[in-house]
Design a protein around this ligand. Structure first.
Ligand SMILES: [Zn+2]
Length: 56
């Protein structure tokens, strides 16, 4: 059983800032999400749709 802790700094989560311990850590996570960790598919816009037109 592990208590829920802030994923950013590991401190106990504050209910008003769930799932973080503070607004600051929430911002850190947001920035990380926007800038680094997550791959935003912006340049991969030419992904062809599956051609399932076999309506026989
Ligand atoms: Zn934190």
């Amino acid at each position: 059983m592990s208590k829920p802790v802030c994923a950013i700094c590991g401190k106990p989560i504050q209910p008003e800032y769930r799932p973080f311990c503070s607004q600051r850590c929430a911002n850190v996570d947001l920035q990380r999400w926007l800038t680094g960790g997550y791959v935003v598919k912006a340049s991969e816009d030419d992904e062809p749709l599956p051609d399932n037109e076999d309506e026989n």
